[in-house]
Design a protein around this ligand. Sequence first.
Ligand SMILES: Nc1nc2c(c(=O)[nH]1)N[C@H]1C(S)=C(S)[C@@H](COP(=O)(O)OP(=O)(O)OC[C@H]3O[C@@H](n4cnc5c(=O)[nH]c(N)nc54)[C@H](O)[C@@H]3O)O[C@H]1N2
Ligand SMILES: Nc1nc2c(c(=O)[nH]1)N[C@H]1C(S)=C(S)[C@@H](COP(=O)(O)OP(=O)(O)OC[C@H]3O[C@@H](n4cnc5c(=O)[nH]c(N)nc54)[C@H](O)[C@@H]3O)O[C@H]1N2
Ligand code: SF4
Ligand SMILES: [Mo]
Length: 790
Amino acid sequence: MRDDQRRDYDEQELRVGDHKNSAAGVTGVAVALKRSFREMGIVRSAETLRELNQAEGFDCMSCAWPDPAPGHRHAAEFCENGAKAVAEEATRDRVTPEFFARHSIDDLAQHSELWLGKQGRITHPMVKRPGATHYTPIEWDDAFALIGEQLRSLDSPDEALFYTSGRASNEAAFVYQLFARAFGTNNLPDCSNMCHESTSIALQESIGIGKASVTLEDVHHAELIVLQGQNPGTNHPRMLTALEKAKRNGAKILAINPLREAGLVNFRNPQTPRGVVGRGTDLADLHLPIAVNGDLALMQAIGSLLVEWDALDHDFVREYTTGFDDWKQHVRNVDWDEVIAATGLSRQAITEAAQMFRRSKATVFCWAMGVTQHRNAVATIKEICNLAFARGNIGRRGAGLMPVRGHSNVQGDRTMGIWERPPQHFLDALEKEFGFDPPREHGFDTVDSIRAMRDGKAKFFLGLGGNFVQSAPDTVVTAEAMSGIDMTVQISTKLNRSHLVCGETALILPTLGRTEKDVQASGHQFVSVEDTECSVHASRGPLEPASEHLRSEVSIITGIAEATIGDRYGLQWKAMRDDYANIRSHISRVVPGCEGYEVNVRRPGGFILPHPPRDTRTFQTKTGKAEFAVSPIEVVQVPPGHLLLQTLRSHDQFNTTIYGLSDRYRGIEGGRRVVLMHREDIAAAGLDPGDIVDLFTRWDGDERVRCAHRFRVVEYDVPRGSAAAYYPETNPLVPLDSTALESNCPTYKSVVISIAPTGTRSSDCPDVGGMQKVGSDWSHKTHPQPEHLS
Ligand SMILES: Nc1nc2c(c(=O)[nH]1)N[C@H]1C(S)=C(S)[C@@H](COP(=O)(O)OP(=O)(O)OC[C@H]3O[C@@H](n4cnc5c(=O)[nH]c(N)nc54)[C@H](O)[C@@H]3O)O[C@H]1N2
Ligand SMILES: Nc1nc2c(c(=O)[nH]1)N[C@H]1C(S)=C(S)[C@@H](COP(=O)(O)OP(=O)(O)OC[C@H]3O[C@@H](n4cnc5c(=O)[nH]c(N)nc54)[C@H](O)[C@@H]3O)O[C@H]1N2
Ligand code: SF4
Ligand SMILES: [Mo]
């Protein structure tokens, strides 16, 4: 984009219309194609989309929803948001060295995340030297040498952080963790720490494995599907096709969500005549508009009714579980007043939901960020497991636990060892395969990495994808921490905030994306990925790379490894780079369930990893049984005059990558700085819809007031006492220390805020998460306290 075409996307007019009662339909197709044609051109769009999610094609890089078996795929096996993700990556726009010469870092920092992303694909490796105002080009080998030198100069390997975002392939993830551990650290934070970490912890304790026990086939054959804290119409759109199929087979759907999201209500499948001209398929049979953070109480109340009705699978409970009597005793004593206060639901509505569980012999429990990003998230997920156990809904056709993962390969990255707390058996296998003793003590997760940078304990940050500064909580603290370290390196496809809020020396290493051909010394390479149902398969990009200077993630990581530790321990970096089959050969011997990896992953549709509870009702927990857990009901207390804010995704973004300003299903167009509030809460705060307000939060642990400025009040159907606003604009409000118990996942879905009209309260808070005021000045460490918070 030329300078004279530059415009600030966020200055556009905000329009609020009605929110929709139906998802997808032909509008979705039209929007997807329009975006694709604009970014990629018509011919390239047609060629690329034809290969998306096909057995011989490439895996959608957007979400982790599984593909149907190879014989059951449509010619167009993708959704609107998958097509948008492809268009975003396969764009014809370019960010070149001339672009960086034209724009100083400070200049770029004035722009929104949307504008940055829209500039196109980065074409050359770039460096910002200490004190420099601009990025300048650097040769690949010089970049690797600079990084190697920096890493070797650290006092300890634990001063380095190796972050991963969930788009990296299994091959890239495997060499990345191998490098970090051979270098000497388990500091492998990843986006999972902010996402389904609560799930991984809870499931590990309850069923002995942190993954879904459900396949796509199970979804199709379920009698009841619970959609809890999830917005599938936007974030996993092809899930609606599976839900439609399940409905046709007679399934009921229970939606538990503070918002009546369009994708929970009705689906107009653009691939069927009924979806094009008819009224589509009604999805949820019952929607419980739960108060934010009320899920733990709700699940216990449902449990108490099942116990009261003796609607239990006694055989399953006896044979496969432990802890049942304690749980039964606990839920019997559930305090209904507490439940009703915590959930905002009537006893009648909860009873109706419990009847749905009682009537179903095969229930699939789905959940996502509305469950995982709360202080009580781990307890809530264990409670979901309790309900599954109570009626034997695990290891049975049409039933099971289905955390719906986010990033397309976030699950595969974990399987490959991207984990700051690797299990001993994984480290033992690495030792056996490579002949060195990997570090055994735990590394830093995401939140602890921020603390380590802030406190001078970490001095080097390498990001394998992602946009750490924007996705992490407490933007001011994170930005200060990142900009205070010696070196930040980002392996990226597109420009983002983390290139601009950077260390003293900063590098941008541009990489191939999923859509692109990857040719190495031995020829054309493919990579492998794992979806949310543990299915592992190959992905081959069809397009010519965006620039001849790009390197693959594997190539970049092995290059850094060579420049840092050379051939320490006899590690064969070049062989792994030249032919990824060499990496897969290591994977087959190190990663459990991956024996015969090369052969299995090459099969059309790949293979499904073993899952003991799903396959044989075997539970590798401490007791060898599925474990009922007992948790006291804990709910976030919201003082008078405050609201509980959840931060969520619009229909037009992928995490911190903003595609556009159209949250179509919610009827919000042309802007993102909105706060959705209940009519009576707006009135109680003395506000009117359309008012411009600032949001504030204070965390008990410190005196700092966090704020985010200039949000427009939008009247919306949210439960009283709660509010909703988009991520990442609201990340400055999420206190670093406010995390889920056990999992340390930031509480992005429950932030206690207060609201005041803009300009009426302390206005000197830096708004670094916002789009306007990002600069090099992070000077506001503490602010005077606005009176309304004291
Ligand atoms: N197009 C697109 N696809 C994506 C992404 C994207 O940004 N864009 N992101 C990917 C990633 S990394 C992830 S993790 C997933 C995220 O997928 P989701 O988890 O669906 O994403 P969120 O927008 O965070 O939506 C959370 C939902 O939880 C509800 N919710 C909030 N608080 C509560 C609560 O206390 N209880 C209950 N029951 N519900 C609550 C919200 O109203 C909202 O509907 O999507 C993945 N797919
Ligand atoms: N307030 C709030 N904050 C949240 C959340 C929330 O719900 N609310 N959700 C959390 C969740 S669930 C997640 S998963 C995190 C996401 O956090 P991240 O994973 O850190 O963020 P993304 O926005 O997904 O990363 C986007 C960047 O990845 C780079 N990229 C894209 N494709 C590729 C590729 O193929 N290779 C490489 N190397 N780079 C690529 C691009 O440069 C792009 O700018 O955010 C978390 N933050
Ligand atoms: S459902 Fe997810 S993986 Fe499938 S095409 Fe849509 S965005 Fe891609
Ligand atoms: Mo995520």
